[in-house]
Ligand binder design. Sequence first.
Ligand code: 3HC
Length: 295
Amino acid sequence: MEIDDINSITVLGAGNMGHGIAEVAALAGYDVTLRDINEEFVQSGYDDIEWSLNKLAEKDQISQEDADAALDRVTPLVDVEESVTDADVVIEAVPEKMGIKEDVYTEASEYAPDQAIFATNTSSLSITDLSEFTDNPEQFCGMHFFNPPVRMQLVEVISGEHTDEATLDVIEELAEDFGKTPVRVHRDSPGFIVNRILVPLMNEACWLVHEGEATIEEVDSTTKYGMGLPMGSFELGDQVGNDVSYHVLEYMHDVLGEAYEPCPLLAEKVENEELGKKTGKGFYDYENGGADVPS
Ligand code: 3HC
């Protein structure tokens, strides 16, 4: 498969990352199918794309015409067979659980064309292990976007043990066509590059607060004004989703060891379904003032 052969892209999973990736692909001119397990999830992802495109148009970052045309290129679907049957590239962005991903790949590879490339937006899981759930592991790689995909420049393009060079080349070109900057990651290690650095930083911030050494506001002020990151650690956790960071840490803890033990403060947020912006509450309360109001 060459980049010029790619017309149709299917994104599996219409959550935070899935809908953002679908939006980026549609803005780049591709026909996009957005698939999730029920009408409610897929419609919510579609509505989020519409909101985001209108926001970009409002701010003159794109024209309203381009926003409308991009939305027209997105087809929301629930049926797996229908969603992948014409796909040139399938990008998977379903929850960060090996079992869920296995089911999705097993079903999707049954119906996708034999030449289709599969790319996963996993935050940390092994590309090699995931590739083995598909029929053509050599046509499989990581394509890791950052939240929010429409605003973040980087895409990690990650090789698994079975991935062939041609697949990496095409996915790298596709990322460029999306207007992004791809970085090739040759080692399929937990968290790849960004999350190996960023998620432990967010976890360490949690430990500081958990142990009573600092408050959420103090930590976030130092992250923003001292380290120069665009958001505080807790703000970023809420942006990414506390469940996502927690699952990444659980996996890194299993594979890499003790240093990556998820902080109980983070576990508590996940248990209470205080997952961040997407649930209206995380470390901050977004229904009552956002990042100015700790929850
Ligand atoms: N689409 C359109 N508009 C959006 C948007 C989206 N998806 N998300 C936010 N906006 C809008 C907001 O509504 C707000 O609009 P308003 O001004 O009308 O209220 C505006 O953008 C926010 O803009 P700001 O001027 O306040 O902020 P900036 O434009 O300077 O930056 C940001 C926003 C790009 C999110 C910046 O804060 C940032 O870079 N944050 C860090 C994000 C980051 O590090 N992400 C990576 C996390 S790691 C990850 O995702 C990996 C995963 O595997 C865990």
